[in-house]
Design a protein around this ligand. Sequence first.
Ligand code: SAM
Ligand code: SF4
Length: 455
Amino acid sequence: MFIDEDSLNGILEEADSPSEEEVAAVLEKGAAMEGLSAGEAAILLNSDGDAFREKLFHTAARIKQRIYGDRLVFFAPLYLSSHCVNDCAYCGFHSSNKAPRKKLTADEIREQVECLIAMGHKRLLLEFGEDPKANTIDYICEAIDAVYSVKRPDGEIRRANLNIAATSEGNYRRIKEKGIGTYQLFQETYHRGTYKTLHKGPKSDYERQLMAMDRAFAAGIDDVGLGVLFGLYDYRFEVLGLLSHADYLQEQFGIGPHTISIPRFRPADGVSMKPAHPVTDEQFLKLIAILRIAVPYTGMIITTRETAAIRETAFNIGITQASAASRTEPGGFGKGAVKGATQFSLSDKRTLDEVAISVMRQGYTPSFCTACYRKNRTGETFMDLARPGDIHHFCQPNSILTLMEYIEDHASEEGRKLGLKTIERDLGSMENDKLRSETEARLTRIKGGARDLYF
Ligand code: SAM
Ligand code: SF4
């Protein structure tokens, strides 16, 4: 078993009260962008204080900048069904919560997708509760089809990532055939005892959850996303759990996780559980920076569970993808919003345009790029490009092109002005002259009405 609790606890104990020299050595190794072992990460996890924090953030920010540049990729979650047979103590959809449930029909899905496209979204994360009767694999496949079927003059969904409960290799093959982007599944907690206490229903099987990615790989899915729900157990143990899982996938399949998500517990209607190990803002930002240094080439996702202020700092020290303008109930977008169970409450309720403006003011380039998976740059191919930093050559022009589409089709006046300035700055920073002039030519085509141009 690749999660060995005694060994992870031993690593944390051994790294207890590290010296300044040990911390400096780990940060120096991290700065070389070759990642960290669990023991090295534990040294950082066990360190605190203002001076340490400053150095940690500085190292993480440099890595982030060197590998990902100024880009920040946006997506929105789309909740399809709140029916769920599991009784996860932390979640608003847990089965003993008697709040009304909602499962979207194909027409309702298309309506929701229209709203999301109108905002400017091109990338969604589809979310379902686990219910073998209500949310069958056929329903999930039809829902994916419905999402991709919506084509509007101002855009379409080009990449649907998926978050469904752990399932069989056969079912993973079905969703792979539907053309999903990343398959995400969070372990919630790598600590077996805590996992047992908080889950009832089919999800209570720790091994089923832990080994799900093996079945996904066997089914041909090669972009997978890991995650932990922070607050359930000691965050230091959970970070080592994530790193062990990432190492295991790398060894077993030659491909590490495409993304790591770091949801932090939020209150939810109908949920009385209080997190036993609440993670403070300071600890949360620290763990983001440590993950950035430990797995430099793995994308990191933050959601609207977090406040605008936390997100702003998190973008600097490691986050590469962010959700914006989210709702956590099926049917939550648009005027005819349906009332029913929400999964959890949100902290950042700004519109996509407001978030885009704020990140541009911070110096980032909002990106709506979906090119890699459509160009088959997934799994090993993606990692081979990402590791030497070559992926930057595609990502930078693609972020510029998708930002121009956003400006043309969706942005407010302020968004437009800032967007054009951002594009000008990014074009100026492109080192490859040929690529710059090709990007400029495509920008002219987008202004003339062409869409969906990518490298
Ligand atoms: N039913 C699928 C499953 O359990 O894997 C989809 C999960 S749910 C739609 C997405 C994630 O939200 C969960 O995996 C969990 O980590 C997170 N989540 C659930 N309740 C939460 C809460 N109260 N606060 C923050 N995140 C929560
Ligand atoms: Fe259901 Fe997922 Fe919520 Fe658990 S986390 S109650 S499985 S929707």
